[in-house]
Design a protein around this ligand. Structure first.
Ligand SMILES: Nc1ncnc2c1ncn2[C@@H]1O[C@H](COP(=O)(O)OP(=O)(O)O)[C@@H](O)[C@H]1O
Ligand SMILES: O=P(O)(O)O[C@H]1O[C@H](CO)[C@@H](O[C@H]2O[C@H](CO)[C@@H](O)[C@H](O)[C@H]2O)[C@H](O)[C@H]1O
Length: 455
């Protein structure tokens, strides 16, 4: 019979949320505690992995336990373990509906169980008693939707400190901002990563009957491609009015973030540091995506212009990874989700003050992506390439116009900082695509030809 750590060695590397794929494990230890002793029993494990490359990670794994194998949970089966002379069967508790209620019950009660502390928000209804259904688009985290009322996001990899998603949502809760999904509570665990507490989960109001921006924007692009004779402003699926409202929603969230969280005028040193960081990120990215080398000179010149810039910029908390997949459109307007920042960056970096231009650049990149993703199948189609540029230009301009109307600031002028942020995001995307969707790598690479090699 296997020990629990042996099961984790086999099971964890196959999970979508495991970020250490391809790295060899030198050692693994775990400690667990019971979150619920009902039937099934629910336990939570901090799994500490040491890699042969010297790195280490701690992951959170909730398990549900049954005396007999459950046929309907086959895909959630983790393995069998000996317990007091019998076999017990461990399942991925996030996929075992009967084990999902305790999270909300403990949040509603504000419980502390072992090292885990549940904190309800001051306002809002926690629908305790309902079971949760796993969200199928699971990526680096695992989310459960409770009856279309609330969504619990479990942060799998534990990092010391308060997760920015919780921090930012808690701060925005103090405003009347209508473009976020209200925070209902969060969960922390002691001694998780490097001895410090870490955020384990966040509960938010579920935005029902909404469509995500990526799906809506790409439907609009498909309409344009299907109608050879009509231009972007003439087709039924024109997206520009939505882009404009999205710009206004982004400006409104930025304004409220600046109101309730610290701000600071950017110093000359900050410009120099940002330029250096972008150059370092480029150097590291070239190691992974050698095709980036041909744009290196153009990009370094752009980053040098940032280092010398005398723009006046106020730094504040921002979203950090804004793209069309992070926004939902309801019957009444846009909701912005997921203030975690770029998942690949350390948590401390993601909490630093930045400029709203970082988010504007992220969304401008996303319009480019939406316009160009169909070209991946037909890279030589020059007519479509032209239409893609037209769609991207129209929606980028509409987003910027909506942002300026709402804020009185034009975020999309001739700022080298904005262009550099777009380039930096495209460099990040090259690495992301090389690792996750290599056939999409051409999208950010082609954009870089335009951004880096322009004048
Ligand atoms: N408050 C919410 N209401 C409705 N859907 C949501 C909400 N929060 C997240 N989602 C959906 O859940 C999925 C994952 O959410 P996200 O926070 O982006 O997680 P990840 O960090 O894993 O990408 C997305 O498809 C998103 O549309
Ligand atoms: O949503 P996540 O926080 O997981 O963000 C990561 O994955 C995104 C892909 O889903 C990635 O975004 C890139 O692809 C999008 C289309 O799928 C596009 O709209 C974005 O502009 C592009 O950056 C994101 O960068 C990554 O952090």
């Amino acid at each position: 019979m296997k020990a629990l750590t042996d099961l984790f060695r086999e099971w964890i590397p196959q999970q979508r949320w495991f970020g250490g794929k391809g790295r060899e494990w030198a050692d693994v230890t775990e400690d667990g505690f019971f979150l619920d002793r009902g039937n099934p029993v629910l336990s939570v494990h901090r799994v500490r992995i040491e890699y042969t490359d010297g790195g280490r990670d701690t992951y959170l794994v909730p398990l549900s336990w049954r005396d007999q194998q459950a046929e309907d949970l086959e895909s959630a089966f983790v393995g069998a373990v000996a317990s007091e002379g019998n076999e017990t069967y461990a399942y991925d508790a996030m996929r075992d509906r009967e084990s999902t209620a305790p999270w909300l019950i403990h949040l509603a009660q504000g419980s502390s169980i072992g090292p885990m502390h549940f904190s309800p928000a001051d306002e809002g209804h926690i629908p305790e008693g309902l079971p949760g259904d796993i969200v199928s688009t699971e990526q680096s985290n695992t989310s459960l939707v409770y009856g279309q009322e609330a969504i619990l996001k479990l942060f799998r990899r534990l990092e010391p400190g308060l997760n920015p998603d919780v921090e930012v949502h808690a701060a925005l809760r103090r405003t009347e901002n209508e473009h976020i999904a209200p925070l209902l509570g969060h969960v922390q665990i002691d001694d998780a990563a490097g001895g410090e507490p870490a955020t384990v989960a966040m509960l938010q109001t579920f935005v029902a009957n909404a469509s995500d921006g990526w799906r809506l924007a790409t439907a609009s692009v498909r309409d344009l491609y299907a109608e050879g004779d009509l231009h972007a402003d003439e087709v039924g699926g024109d997206f520009a009015a939505d882009s404009r409202r999205l710009g206004a929603a982004t400006a409104s969230v930025h304004a409220d973030l600046a109101r309730v969280l610290p701000t600071e005028e950017a110093t000359r040193d900050w410009f120099a540091t940002v330029a250096r960081q972008m150059s370092e990120r480029l150097d590291a990215a070239i190691e992974i995506v050698p095709q980036l080398a041909e744009h290196a000179d153009g990009l370094r010149a752009l980053y040098a212009a940032v280092a010398d810039s005398d723009e006046r910029v106020v730094r504040q908390r921002v979203h950090g990874d804004l793209h069309l997949g992070q926004v939902l459109r309801t019957a009444t307007g846009w909701i912005i989700l997921d203030f975690e920042g770029e998942p690949a960056r350390p948590l401390a970096d993601r909490r630093e003050l930045d400029t709203p231009l970082r988010d504007v650049a992220g969304m401008l990149r996303s319009f480019d992506y939406a316009a160009r993703h169909l070209l991946v199948e037909q890279p030589e189609d020059t007519q479509r390439e032209y239409r893609a540029q037209e769609w991207a230009a129209r929606n980028r301009a509409a987003f910027c116009a909506g942002y300026s109307e709402a804020s009185g600031l034009d975020p999309c002028g001739e700022s080298p900082l904005l262009r550099a942020f777009e380039a930096d995001k495209a460099v990040y995307e090259c690495v992301y695509e090389a690792r996750n969707r290599p056939h999409w790598l051409m999208i950010p690479l082609q954009s870089l030809s335009r951004i880096a090699d322009r004048d």
